[in-house]
Ligand binder design. Structure first.
Ligand SMILES: [Zn+2]
Length: 82
């Protein structure tokens, strides 16, 4: 696990509680050290909360593709400080 890539890639599974405890712990550990991933993670969390408020149906898959693309953009913007 090198850091950012893995952490961001697992955000969705993390939020859906699909990861093992050990795996979640590793991601949390990375988030603590990395403001970039933390902000991405918080963005996802708040978005997921908004979706949950909006309705009980699952969000469209396209939405997550869009988000993933946005995160990729963010990730490529600056030099990684991880
Ligand atoms: Zn990171």
């Amino acid at each position: 696990m090198s850091g950012c890539e893995n952490a961001v890639d697992y955000v969705y599974q993390y939020l859906d509680d699909e990861l093992t405890y050990a795996h979640k712990t590793r991601i949390k550990w990375h988030l603590k050290r990395c403001g970039h991933c933390m902000s991405a993670f918080q963005f996802e969390t708040s978005l997921k909360g908004k979706i949950a408020e909006g309705g009980k149906s699952a969000p469209p898959a396209e939405l997550f593709d869009t988000l993933r693309a946005l995160i990729e953009q963010e990730r490529n913007k600056g030099d990684s400080d991880c």
